[in-house]
Design a protein around this ligand. Structure first.
Ligand code: NAP
Length: 427
């Protein structure tokens, strides 16, 4: 098979995998295309919910015809027994002759073992390592390696960088086309995070209008130290139809015990941080919960994070957005960005979109946790009476790293720009 055709089939697998983003947590979204004699026998991706894996489904679709075929996979086939047998084993059993891989799996349970198993069985394995394939898996890899999800932050501002006007109104800064694009972003994430300030001001529903109904699983998370989430909010009223999690402090749950009970009864899941303090945060994921692929576990309805008893984490790097990468300077550091992210990753979240007001957005930017910025800019000037999207970062010109402008387009009268804090490519 020519290199050109190999690339074509692998890109087909990548496009399938991209469709699964935001739907397979804690597993990666993998694409698999089975080809024999130039004809596609099967083409699929990891199923919603993370199982069955792409390879298993493709082999089932192809049946006996899979013997002697080439499998194009966006991620190294898994090699470990979890809730399903290893995909490498399934490829061997099906008599696949050749496997072409778009990205190696850094999960320590796989990490080269998938390739070794295939080669030991006499299968030809080739790597066509593509940056797009690595980018597709960035949330899965970051969770495994650092106990953090991939984090993106969405901001909609005036031309002069304001998120609200002088009255606090932000609906709507951008036009319908930009808003529809922004809503579409949600479909690629496992969860959206907002702050209680936005809930109290805007009462957002935070749903995704993506066409596939399965995205009713998009998890809506509120950072709410004082447990002020109103029972009558759209979020709480819809918590039984689409998940709503609140991340709060143990002190607040104790102080507002009856409110907490009512929220729980309404279907809200609690992530409670107890005695947390900056620098003392839940540990990286490895060995704590299933690390995805086959390690999926049923999620309990309430999580108590004993931050105090946990080891210190490695210090974060200085923020490319300015600021020292130090823990958030908010009043109660138990809900620092690091604590929030580790709690969410421990719950299986691999891809998080922050859609919050200036307070929470700034805290995450200052803590060096945001990898992607989705910035919608409207052609209006609001002056300095509204709220600036980004607050104090202690940036100076010499230390503020320049972001990479990865995408720019006009959306109606507005402009959308995507920035990356490193060289990672889209998704
Ligand atoms: N244009 C846009 O893109 C956009 C998007 C969203 C919102 N908005 C606007 O933003 C305004 C609300 O702004 P906001 O800054 O108050 O809202 P926010 O950032 O959504 O929420 C801020 C609140 O989150 C809580 N919080 C929990 N952990 C935190 C942490 N680590 N760091 C900082 N805060 C933390 C704090 O309340 P506790 O201390 O009580 O926990 C804080 O007051 C509204 O006018 C809304 O319309 C605009």
């Amino acid at each position: 098979m020519s290199n050109h055709l190999d690339r074509l089939f692998l890109h087909h697998a990548l496009s399938l995998a991209a469709r699964g983003l935001g739907r397979t947590m804690p597993n990666p979204s993998v694409g698999c295309v089975l080809v024999k004699d130039g004809a596609v026998l099967a083409a699929t991706r990891t199923a919603d919910g993370g199982r069955p894996h792409a390879e298993t489904q493709a082999l089932a679709m192809a049946g006996d015809a899979a013997r002697g075929s080439t499998a194009y996979v966006t991620l190294e086939p898994c090699a470990h027994h979890g809730q399903t047998p290893p995909c490498a084993e399934a490829l061997i059993a099906a008599g696949v002759a050749r496997v072409l891989i778009g990205c190696m799996d850094s999960d320590p349970r796989v990490s080269g073992r998938g390739v070794a198993m295939l080669e030991a069985a006499g299968i030809t394995v080739e790597k066509m390592l593509l940056p797009e394939a690595a980018a597709l898996n960035r949330g899965f890899f970051r969770r495994i390696a650092q106990g953090l999800p991939h984090v993106a932050c969405k901001l909609a501002t005036s031309l002069d960088g304001l998120m609200t006007d002088a009255t606090g109104a932000s609906q709507w800064i951008t036009g319908a086309v930009a808003r529809a694009h922004g809503n579409g972003l949600r479909a690629k994430y496992d969860a959206i995070l907002t702050g209680i300030g936005t809930v109290l001001t805007d009462d957002p529903a935070m749903t995704s209008r993506a066409p596939n109904p399965s995205h009713a699983h998009l998890i809506r998370v509120v950072a709410d130290r004082q447990l002020r989430l109103p029972l009558h909010s759209k979020l709480v009223k819809s918590a039984n139809q689409q998940p709503v999690w609140v991340i709060t402090s143990a002190e607040s749950v104790e102080l507002a015990a009856s409110h907490a009970t009512e929220l729980r009864e309404a279907g809200v899941k609690f992530l409670v941080v107890e005695n947390g303090e900056a620098g003392r945060i839940p540990p990286p994921l490895r060995g704590r919960l299933g690390g995805g692929r086959d390690g999926t576990q049923a999620l309990p309805t309430e999580i108590l994070l004993h931050a105090e008893s946990l080891p210190h984490s490695a210090p974060l790097q200085p923020s490319p957005y300015g600021g020292g990468g130090a823990p958030s300077t908010t009043a109660d550091a138990s809900l620092s960005p690091e604590v929030i992210l580790r709690a969410l990753a421990a719950e299986g979240i691999t891809r998080l979109l922050i859609e919050a007001g200036p307070a929470l957005s700034t805290a995450f930017l200052a803590a060096n946790t945001v990898e992607t910025l989705h910035w919608y800019r409207a052609p209006i000037l609001l002056g300095n009476a509204g709220k600036a999207a980004v607050g104090v970062l202690d940036s100076t010109l010499p230390d503020a790293a320049r972001l990479t402008l990865a995408e720019k387009r006009a959306l109606g009268g507005d402009v959308y720009e995507r920035y990356e804090s490193n060289a990672c490519s889209p998704v």
